[in-house]
Design a binder for this molecule. Structure first.
Ligand SMILES: Nc1ncnc2c1ncn2[C@@H]1O[C@H](COP(=O)(O)OP(=O)(O)OP(=O)(O)O)[C@@H](O)[C@H]1O
Length: 842
């Protein structure tokens, strides 16, 4: 299987054909290394020139600053910003700034692109002579960013430029103009090695009158064999043809990528972000969001974009950190996750958001004798037409409060939930409103207040937007009680009286306090806190969740902290509640603004371009492109949350249904389609597993056959000859796991991951204490997307039994190792005499 896969990859296919004698000839290798060294030296000399240019620009800009006119200062800001970005990129010591080279035949036409390279993809007629000999007409070096020499000839082509595409796409079956493809390995400024692949092995190609030498035996294999660290590397030097198609797919639609474990989905997603920015920087100034399943995977992958020269415009965020100010730190049990993540929860939240205003008793009311509000008399003095009949004189308002005015203790906070309640969820609103107007006491009692509230809550508008409506209905009712409306026949007079009545009552502190308590502005956290009350949740979730689910969800919301599912619920609640418009906050006045004669300094205090960009990035809730990694795991509620961030975005969605930890894929697919909208889909499948050796992939395929019968495993690209091991537990599981982890640490240079069922995470960390930081313990759901040189998977049966999607989670656990895998069976695994658990036997 591995050999066949090797034939299918661009690089693998060529290894077989590299039989040139020069491979063994060290002097040829040394000569080729020094050829590339010379080129790299030229590149660095040019980069230094560019750095000096950038420094000059900065100094120049500083001088402009001293001129002091607003125009010069704005220009200075812009120039400093540009030069700073430039310097930053150039100063970045890329490990392998230059990593590739292609030697090409003469192209069909003589046209050159903006990067100085010829644009033709196919060779010119006659480029290959009848005796199969040919001359190399163009040599391009490929690197992380493009560099032109002083005459605008390309010294390095940016890996994302069209001219670099043949470096990734060319295969012996479809070579285009490429004769030789070379991967250059360097560290700092030193070239360490070169590896060649011949795309046209049948040709006798010459370069500068000498036969084209071919060196090495496989850059891809070298890359895959390297020890893993706790951070992901970019794959820019060895992107394979099927991956390159995804990276460079047009962004106008939804790019949908499926592929088994280790096929490079995450790597491709990250490289695609860098490619899109290169392609159309202005369009993606709106930001690219990469949604990752866990903070661990964010930490593992976030170094890749800077290594590709891209920072700033791409936000990589864990699904539990998408809502500002909320951070998921807790896990829910599978049953609770299922209830919180499904569409059913949407219905519950909609009910809760309205129901929370109704108080614990079901109606608005507290029991009789509850807190009431007595307002000061309404002062309508000066209002034409009141004839002074009912109105007290001016000044009567102050201090004229009734005995209940001090009892304004509404809206007790519900118990803390979700990392502490921020309020907004009253336990019970006031039951009576009393005001004095026109010398009369006007009262609204609980039944009427209930009716008004129900009236105001009708429809589906965001609850927090309905407060003005509720306020208006209260005033209508008080006005009706006053009977003043019937006393004036002149409509103009009546309208005027009404308007001053409204104004007076509505501006009374007591009325405002009543309204705040009776119709508080709700916060998502407040509603979530109210849902922690099982009785109230039971009312809102009746016939939607079953009693067991209601009990468990309520209990889970009492914890101190949030789960990923709670974060999606908060986001949904934010949408359901809405944010009422607030008066714009006045900018704090700068004391300098008060002085005169300093106008020309103003632009300096204005937000600079850079500050503005940073502020916008922080405030951003919508993106121009959204990339969803491990998309198979998103619940319907999470798709809704992510969808809100990409309402106008284009999308790249990567995932593997066989690795899904969500139990209802059909419901999730419906939510996904809703989030992605009607844009056309472009589907890609990645077929080659670059992570696992064939021996590990074969074992994992047994679980795949159980988890998703009939689905195909990706072909492993290499084989190590090391079969997975099965450890027999003699004394205790803890000892067996520790001993195996220690043994593997000796065997590999890089990292070891110990994967256990979620409820064993803490004890597993204790088992490994003192073994050093190359080894980590992980819960099965935390292992998502990560990889280690070696892994120990503890008790497959425990992992499989954890949830309805347990077999798929086990499949994830078994596919994390790049070199070695050991299975340690627990009690439930029913291992045979060799330690092979029931689930993994043939
Ligand atoms: N073209 C390539 N050249 C070198 N390494 C590669 C290439 N493609 C993938 N890899 C490596 O293979 C490993 C798996 O890649 P990645 O994590 O992107 O796969 P994945 O499809 O997201 O896996 P999973 O679904 O299991 O999370 C990584 O170490 C990655 O660097």
């Amino acid at each position: 299987m591995a050999a066949q896969a090797q034939q299918e990859t661009a690089l693998g296919s060529v290894h077989a054909s590299v039989k040139d004698d020069s491979v063994k000839d060290d002097s040829v290798r040394d000569r080729e290394i020094s050829v590339e060294q010379e080129h790299l030296d030229r590149v660095y000399r040019r980069l230094e020139e560019k750095i000096h240019e950038a420094e000059f620009l900065m100094n120049d800009a500083a001088k402009r600053g001293q001129v002091g006119t607003p125009g010069a200062l704005a220009e200075r800001d812009a120039q400093v910003f540009r030069a700073g970005v430039h310097l930053n990129r150039l100063n970045n010591e890329f490990e392998d700034f230059l990593f590739g080279r292609i030697d090409l035949l003469l192209g069909r036409d003589g046209k050159k692109g903006p990067d100085g390279a010829y644009t033709a993809v196919e060779p010119a007629e006659g480029a290959v002579r009848e005796d199969n000999s040919a001359d190399i007409a163009e040599t391009l070096h490929i690197g992380r960013i493009g560099v032109l020499d002083a005459d605008y000839a390309p010294l390095v082509i940016d890996w994302r430029a069209p001219a670099a595409a043949p470096f990734y796409r060319s295969t012996p079956v479809d070579p285009g103009r490429v004769v030789r493809r070379r991967v250059i390995r360097s560290k700092g400024r030193k070239v360490l090695g070169v590896e060649d692949d011949l795309m046209r092995p049948e040709l006798k190609a010459s370069l500068g009158g000498r036969e084209l030498p071919v060196i090495g035996d496989g850059a891809l294999m070298a890359a895959l064999g390297q020890a893993r660290s706790h951070t992901m590397r970019d794959i820019v030097a060895s992107i394979q043809a099927e991956q390159d198609l995804v990276i460079r797919a047009p962004a106008a639609s939804v790019t949908y990528v499926e592929g088994g474990p280790g096929t490079g989905k995450t790597a491709v997603a990250l490289h695609r972000a860098a490619y899109l920015l290169y392609q159309d920087r202005r369009r993606y100034a709106g930001g690219i969001l990469i949604v990752s399943p866990t903070p661990l995977l964010v930490a593992y992958t976030e170094g890749v974009l800077p290594s590709l020269g891209e920072e700033g415009q791409v936000a990589i965020r864990a699904i539990g950190s998408l809502v500002d100010g909320a951070e998921a730190t807790l896990y829910d049990s599978p049953a609770v996750a299922r209830a919180k993540g499904s569409y059913r929860m949407l219905k519950v939240l909609r009910k809760a958001a309205r129901g929370v205003l109704e108080g614990p008793g079901g109606g608005t009311g507290r029991s009789a004798g509850g807190t009431g509000t007595l307002l000061g008399r309404t002062d309508t003095a000066g209002a034409p037409g009141n004839g002074g009949v009912d109105a007290p004189g001016p000044g009567a308002r102050a201090g004229d409060r009734g005995p209940h005015a001090e009892q304004l203790a509404f809206g007790e906070e519900a118990g803390a939930a979700g990392g502490g309640s921020e309020g907004g969820a009253p336990a019970g609103p006031p039951t009576r409103l009393r005001v004095v107007a026109f010398g009369r006491r006007l009262e609204l009692e609980a039944p009427e207040l209930d009716r008004i509230k129900r009236n105001a809550l009708g429809g589906t508008a965001p609850v927090n937007m309905l407060r003005p409506r509720a306020r208006k209905l209260l005033l209508d009712a008080l006005w009706a009680h006053s009977g003043a409306g019937t006393r004036h026949t002149d409509p103009e007079l009546a309208a005027e009286l009404r308007s001053s009545f409204d104004e007076d009552i509505a501006s009374e502190d007591g009325f405002i306090e009543f309204l705040d308590a009776w119709w508080p502005e709700l916060t998502p956290r407040g509603v979530l806190a109210a849902m922690a009350d099982e009785r109230r949740l039971g009312r809102w979730a009746r016939r939607i969740l079953n009693p067991g689910e209601i009990r468990r969800v309520a209990r889970s919301l009492k914890r101190d902290g949030l789960s990923v599912h709670d974060v999606a619920m908060l986001d949904e609640l934010q949408a359901i509640l809405g944010t009422p418009a607030r008066p714009r906050k006045k900018r704090d006045l700068d004391p300098l603004d008060q002085l005169t004669g300093l106008e020309e300094l103003m632009p300096v205090r204005e937000e600079s371009q850079r500050e503005r960009a940073e502020r916008l990035a922080q405030e951003r809730t919508e993106y121009a492109h959204v990339i969803v990694d491990e998309a198979q795991d998103l619940t319907p509620m999470q798709w809704r949350m992510v969808g809100r961030r990409g309402r106008h975005a284009t999308w790249t969605v990567v995932g593997d249904p066989a690795q899904s930890s969500w139990s209802d894929p059909d419901e999730a697919a419906e939510a996904r389609d809703e989030a992605l909208g009607t844009r056309p889909r472009r589907r890609f499948t990645l077929t080659v597993n670059y992570r696992n050796p064939a021996e590990i992939a074969e074992l994992a395929a047994k679980v795949l056959a159980l988890a998703m019968p009939g689905s195909a495993s990706p072909s492993a690209v290499r084989s190590t000859g090391v079969e997975p091991g099965f450890a027999v537990v003699r004394d205790s599981l803890a000892q067996a796991v520790r001993a195996e982890a220690a043994r593997l640490l000796d065997r590999v240079d890089g990292t070891v991951g110990v994967v256990v069922a979620m409820n064993r995470r803490e004890e597993a960390a204790r088992w490994l204490a003192g073994l050093g930081d190359r080894v980590v313990a992980l819960g099965s759901l935390e292992a998502k997307g990560l990889e280690y040189d070696a892994t120990v998977v503890v008790s497959p049966a425990e992992i499989a039994d954890e949830s309805p999607a347990g077999l798929r989670v086990l499949y994830v656990a078994l596919t994390r190792a790049t070199q070695q895998l050991t299975i340690v069976s627990g009690d439930r695994d029913e291992p045979d005499a060799n330690g092979v658990p029931d689930l993994l036997r043939d």
